[in-house]
Design a protein around this ligand. Structure first.
Ligand SMILES: [Zn+2]
Length: 333
């Protein structure tokens, strides 16, 4: 009698606190800015600001994260240097070595959350494209060429200085080197001319192009987002577009809702195909997440909303993890 009474009380408590049952889908997020929080905001890699802390990752079913090595412009007066990237890498590695909750970079079996590394602004490699091989051996799987300012590789969507080119010769060389090493080139933050140039090089190399954390400009006209033509170009390389939760990239003129993120996902799937859309939430990057997606624990709510929005289960699995894993682990490393 007591047990039968206790059950509905427990159920009500779980309901009232919003506690989730075991997440139904695994998630792999292509862009989680924990290295930035660790290096420049005084937070730990394990907790960040809470958007992608270990508790939120676990509650959301997140089984893998890409950690971009990023150096803010003001970290060095002349812009990011190779030594800054090295320091960022060593900071992250030291934290990952504490394990086991966050695994060392790679595609092998891991008891904790898998990690991979990426560049968000690879300008320091402009003079040393041959060094990319050593970075790939360290776990870099995605090479983001540029951040919010033009650099020695490519022009940026966030830089007001007029654009007369997309990729520099050094940028073209680094794209070719990345593709020769089997890793993807990331065009999130790149200018339209740079995106076109990267796609042109990729047609020669047959290498992967991704946009790890960008949405569709058709639904939210922002230079950080992609035209449908760019989305199709990325899909044609076998790459993916990672859905970004930052409100100003989801919808214009008002705070974004969960339903707006679902609209972005459905549009991208319609344009790119269900094999070419992934997650790149941009958690821990100083974002203002869409309402209802405040942290990584909310991925099950996104999965339910995608299902209600008409995506079939296989497409949801692809979007939440399988497409990202295909890009990250195609060489098995
Ligand atoms: Zn970014």
């Amino acid at each position: 009698m007591l047990k039968r009474r206790a059950f509905p009380l427990l159920w009500c408590a779980a309901f009232a606190t919003g506690a989730e049952a075991e997440p139904r889908y695994e998630v792999v997020d292509l862009h989680v800015d924990l290295p930035y929080q660790l290096g420049y905001r005084g937070k730990s890699l394990q907790q960040g600001t809470g958007q992608a802390g270990l508790g939120a990752l676990s509650a959301g079913g997140v089984r893998g994260v890409v950690l971009p090595l990023f150096v803010p412009r003001d970290a060095s007066p002349t812009g990011p240097r190779l030594v800054d990237l090295e320091e960022s890498y060593l900071r992250v590695l030291r934290e990952l070595q504490r394990g086991p909750e966050l695994a060392l970079p790679g595609c092998g079996e891991a008891s904790g959350v898998r990690t991979w590394l990426a560049f968000e602004g690879a300008g320091p490699l402009a003079d040393a494209p041959e060094s990319l091989g050593a970075w790939v051996a360290r776990g870099v799987r995605i090479v983001g060429l540029v951040h919010t300012e033009h650099n020695a590789l490519a022009t940026s969507s966030g830089d007001a200085r007029p654009v007369r080119y997309g990729l520099t010769d050094a940028g073209k060389a680094l794209v070719r080197r990345a593709h020769a090493l089997g890793v993807a080139v990331d065009v999130s933050h790149a200018s339209d001319r740079a995106v076109a140039d990267v796609l042109a090089v990729a047609r020669e190399t047959s290498g992967l192009v991704v946009a790890t954390h960008s949405n569709a400009r058709a639904l939210c006209d922002h230079p950080r987002n992609l035209t449908d033509e760019q989305v199709r170009g990325i899909a044609a390389t076998g790459g993916v577009v990672g859905l970004n939760f930052h409100s100003p990239f989801v919808v214009r003129g008002r705070p974004a809702e969960l339903a707006d993120v679902v609209d972005q996902a459905r549009h991208l799937v319609r344009v790119a195909g269900e094999d070419h859309v992934a997650i790149g939430a941009d958690f821990e990057g100083g974002i203002r997440p869409a309402r209802g997606l405040s942290d990584a624990s909310r991925f099950p709510a996104l999965a339910r909303a995608l299902s209600r929005g008409g995506l079939r289960e296989a497409a949801i699995k692809k979007l939440l993890s399988e497409n990202a894993l295909r890009v990250l682990c195609r060489s098995g490393k």
